[in-house]
Design a protein around this ligand. Structure first.
Ligand code: BGC
Length: 781
């Protein structure tokens, strides 16, 4: 009985205000069992028609009791808690549990499935879900990094591989993509999304949905995707994870909702409601979001799961009076499935008996869940083939692609006097920093199924590249750690070495500087530990943590050439480095093959072509800062008003879309097929791009527009097109972009609807959001 679980330590911890602590304990239980010795069998069927699915859902609903229906609305944690707690199998036997999460052991997945199929009355299979965010076993760069590739086909391919591995291991549903727009790098979960821009974010959302799900829900070797966290989670006050978000409707619709809408258009099968309250109404009980927008306006036909314990969370939120009220509000707002809290199992039955919720409302909640299971082919193929797992997870082509993905995601921020690429014939290198040889931190956060031992660190990558002929000296320098520990630290495997004493840290500092003195060049690998970004990992500062800045300054003071490689998941304060360190490479958390990818770039076997998906602030005081801000009554450049601050510039350190290459590109010949169009008509934009340097390289050609006047102020620039291209030295290409109603419309706060207004527009094409190649066009009524 669920109530027995609830009376166990499970419930006591759940009710404590520290849900995070509960979750960490729960996850620790799950992931203590780390091995998945078995692969999965992919669905092998063609998509069913709506009518076929409806007929099967109706037939099933006709046989189900109220309890069995409510059972489908519950997602169970895949483990039991505390002595006397009821195990998931006891629920599944009774048809109580539509889904199970936080389970990664294939044999256990099969075993639980067998209980549901063979021992429950109606044999309805379980849908197993897990956070497969940037890879399952093969870990790709974090999502912020792959967004920096500006290459949707790469992102699609990475998630296709992640889906292949996850489905082989028995996972049929991933809680991704996270499509929250984030404009505040203090927010730890900025690492899980595509950054600040809705156009880029929508492209990445579509690519991830296609990658996870394949051409249709139920495609072989794919998984169900889940667009999260609906909606506004990326805009918490002060960047503090799960704090309230206040987003006016125009900003919500023009920015924050766009990637979610794109996910729906790409056919995403599920949504997850967010933790925080949006404009005072918690997202999990927010009918405007879950019902009016998602289903009413967008016609979404899948199902919505809550974030973990967030139905229960409506009570501490000060929204619901008690568990029954919480269940009532969530279900009637449009939520289908309760993640992990058990609150639907306990309370929906009584609510139906009291007549507050009708049987039809329960049916409405269950329908899309059953329909999804049917589409996924779960009824036909509920089990996975345990003999395939290792082979699929260890496919060499997956690792190979992880390296490509990492290379294409890295962003070269500075390269004075062409310090990079380095000469492979260098005689000695110092590799310095707390992240230079940390496997776990190379993989980044949410690498739950990644095996740190698989990861190649930057130090290892450089060693692999240069071989024994070059003297490579490694110095870790002073360690870094979070001031307040992370509730995910239980996942940091391996023996925990005792932290450095102050004397050891001092010694490590000196050794780092000495190593630089002895070397021809110093590669400093600095940034943040994996647990410094992600969930529950917001910061009030964006400085390099610990003593890294001091070490950096001391190493630069040796006069040796210094390359700074950043391993991190958010913009950090690089104001000093941007002036004093000749070469800076943003490698993000690059994943399993990260070190080899960094080495390829440092030594010129790959040419960096990534671009920033976020504006890079000069200081924490500038946050939030994003390129698509509105104009003011007084242009920044007029009458010397270059800054709104008297103690610093308003401009960012690096603009959105910025990134260097080892070659150079020139843009010319910007042409429109017509300079006036009518509302609804399309416009063709052509531009020539030429590689004017001496190496092959990639450029991300970006197109921005600005509507000069209208029913509302429009952003100074908005991204409306991009293409990543590769050009040989001297090669020139003409690129075409199309602008139509979709690109030229916005949600007007005055008209309260989407409008395309007959106005004058600016248009720029170039290498980042400060592009200067400019023209104008006019939209006529
Ligand atoms: C996170 C979600 C995640 C869920 C399941 C929550 O704490 O906010 O992003 O999908 O846990 O692990």
């Amino acid at each position: 009985m669920w109530c027995r679980i609830l009376s166990s330590s499970f419930f006591l911890r759940l009710r404590s205000p520290n849900v995070a602590a509960f979750k960490s304990a729960a996850l620790a239980g799950v992931f203590a069992v780390l091995l998945f010795s078995v692969p999965g069998v992919a669905a092998q069927h063609t998509p069913l028609t709506e009518q076929q699915v409806d007929a099967r859902v109706n037939a099933l609903l006709g046989q189900m009791t109220l309890e069995e229906k409510i059972g489908q609305l519950a997602q169970l944690p895949g483990m039991a808690f505390g002595p006397g707690a009821v195990k998931p199998e006891e629920h599944l036997r009774k048809g109580e549990g539509g889904s199970v999460l936080w389970l990664n052991e294939t044999a256990k997945i099969n075993q639980l499935q067998r209980v549901a199929i063979e021992q429950s009355r109606l044999h309805i299979p379980v849908l197993f879900g897990l956070d497969v965010i940037h890879g399952y076993r093969t870990i790709f760069p974090v999502p912020l990094a792959t967004a920096a590739s500006w290459d949707p086909s790469l992102v699609e391919q990475a998630q296709t591989i992640a889906a292949r591995e996850a489905s082989a291991a028995g996972i049929r549903w991933t809680f991704g993509p996270m499509v929250d727009i984030a404009r505040d790098p203090r927010w730890g979960r900025i690492v899980e999304g595509a950054g600040e821009d809705p156009f880029l974010g929508a492209a990445m959302a579509r690519a991830q949905v296609r990658g996870f799900q394949g051409p249709y829900v139920g495609s072989p070797e794919h998984v169900l995707a889940c667009a999260k966290h609906f909606a506004g989670y990326g805009a918490p006050d002060g960047g503090r994870d799960i704090d309230s978000a206040y987003i006016p409707e125009e900003l919500l619709r023009n920015v924050y909702l766009l990637p979610f809408h794109a996910a729906v258009e790409a056919g995403v099968g599920s949504f997850m409601s967010a933790y925080m309250d949006l404009n005072d109404v918690p997202a999990t009980g927010n009918r405007f979001l879950l019902h009016d927008v998602l289903r009413g306006e967008w016609g979404f036909r899948g199902f919505v799961v809550s974030d973990a314990f967030s139905v229960q969370g409506l009570i501490p939120h000060g929204f619901a009076r008690d568990p029954q009220d919480a269940a009532y509000r969530a279900l009637t707002a449009g939520l289908n499935m309760d993640m992990a809290s058990g609150i639907f199992l306990q309370n929906l039955g009584p609510l139906v008996k009291q007549g507050r919720i009708s049987p039809a409302q329960i049916d409405e909640g269950v329908r899309p869940i059953l329909a999804t299971k049917i589409r996924l082919g779960l009824f036909e193929q509920p089990y996975v083939d345990e003999s395939r797992v290792e082979q699929v997870l260890n496919a060499p082509e997956h690792r190979q692609f992880a390296r490509t993905a990492a290379q294409r995601s890295m962003v070269l921020l500075r390269n004075e006097n062409q310090l990079l690429p380095l000469d492979k014939k260098v005689s000695s290198i110092a590799v310095i920093g707390p992240l230079a040889d940390s496997k776990q931190d190379t993989e980044g956060s949410w690498a739950v199924m990644g095996q740190p031992s698989d990861a190649v660190t930057v130090l290892e990558g450089i060693r692999n590249k240069l071989g024994p002929g070059v003297r490579i000296e490694y110095a870790k320098g002073p360690e870094i750690k979070r001031d307040i520990p992370s509730f995910f630290d239980v996942f940091r495997p391996g023996p925990k070495a005792p932290p450095q004493t102050p004397a050891e840290a001092e010694d490590a500092f000196n050794k780092a500087v000495d190593a630089a003195r002895r070397a021809d060049v110093a590669v400093m690998v600095l940034g943040e530990l994996a647990n410094m970004s992600g969930e529950g990992a917001s910061r009030s500062s964006v400085d390099l943590p610990g003593r890294q800045q001091q070490v950096l300054e001391a190493v630069v003071a040796t006069g040796k050439p210094v390359v700074l490689v950043l391993i991190n998941g958010r913009p950090l304060n690089l104001a000093w480095a941007a002036e004093h360190v000749p070469a800076i490479l943003e490698a993000w958390y690059p994943g399993t093959e990260g070190g080899n990818a960094v080495a390829n770039i440092l030594f010129g076997d790959a040419n960096p072509g990534g671009k920033l998906p976020v504006t890079w602030p000069r200081s924490v005081g500038q946050i939030p800062i994003y390129y698509a801000h509105n104009l003011t009554h007084q242009p920044e450049t007029s009458r010397g008003f270059v800054s709104r601050y008297w103690d610093g510039l308003s401009s960012p350190l690096y603009p959105f879309g910025f990134g260097l290459s080892y070659t150079k590109f020139a843009f010319s010949n910007l042409q429109l097929n017509q300079t006036q169009v009518r509302v609804g008509q399309k416009l063709d934009v052509a531009v020539d791009v030429e590689n004017t340097g001496s190496r092959a390289g990639d450029e991300v050609v970006q197109l921005y527009i600005h509507q000069q006047a209208g029913s509302a102020s429009r952003p100074v620039r908005e991204l409306k097109g991009f293409q990543r291209i590769t050009l040989a030295p001297g090669e020139r290409k003409t690129l075409h972009f199309s602008l139509g109603k979709e690109e030229l419309s916005f949600w007007s706060p005055q008209a309260k609807k989407w409008v395309e207004e007959p106005e004058n527009f600016d248009l720029w094409v170039g290498a980042d959001s400060t592009a200067t190649l400019h023209t104008t066009f006019k939209v006529n009524p």
